[in-house]
Design a protein around this ligand. Sequence first.
Ligand SMILES: Nc1ncnc2c1ncn2[C@@H]1O[C@H](COP(=O)(O)OP(=O)(O)OP(=O)(O)O)[C@@H](O)[C@H]1O
Length: 237
Amino acid sequence: MRGTEPYLVVDGLMKHYGDGEARVQVLDGITTKIMRGEVCVMLGPSGSGKSTFLNLIGGLEDADGGHVSVGGCELTALGARELGEYRRRELGFVFQFYNLVPDLTIRENIEVTAHLSDSPLPLEDLLRSLGLWEHRDKFPRQVSGGQQQRCAIGRALVKNPGLILCDEPTGALDYKTSKEVLELMERVNREYGCTVVMVTHNAAIAGMADRVLRLRDGRLVEDQVNEAPLSAAELDW
Ligand SMILES: Nc1ncnc2c1ncn2[C@@H]1O[C@H](COP(=O)(O)OP(=O)(O)OP(=O)(O)O)[C@@H](O)[C@H]1O
């Protein structure tokens, strides 16, 4: 559901780790513009810098050079406190291994982040929409991996964020459950209008993207708009 307004603007983004012989240039001048409401899929081999890219956009790490702006807010100019506020207001994160709190129920895992928002989505509607209503009082260990990932998506979404960053969201799931989670992400994007940036090893997932980015050795070797994305249900691998 791509709009026409640039939402995530990345210009000449640089990041390295280590010094001297141990120095690794992880991101080497990334420049792209992602429109509001786009589903953007980033592909690239292991070690190409995908997670680092997400961490910089998510304000979890500092860049060495270049600029990132999200919804008109220049991240590289923000201090630690303002970055925390940016994450709270604008961002939802979804990880490969769900990262749920084991001692909280499914409902409570989502409720915790709802409290961080000034305008959270209604919890009951969200639990029903995620297919988690009947599991709401269970603990994460009592539900399947797919249900745990649905809960993690709910936790990211309940804040009603502008941007959802997903790092290998289907990496730990089987084929059928992966498709269900991707269909949920598609619905979330359509219904709530949030921009989605999804990092994955699975090239087939690029079929549902409005924009495909491909990283190799810290450089963007592809930045392509997909004029006719497939629905998540049509993906196959
Ligand atoms: N905190 C760190 N300190 C030192 N090197 C790091 C650090 N984080 C990442 N790296 C290195 O940066 C490079 C890119 O890592 P990154 O995790 O961004 O790649 P990736 O494309 O997400 O890989 P994968 O698909 O395996 O998750 C790798 O060579 C990695 O070893």
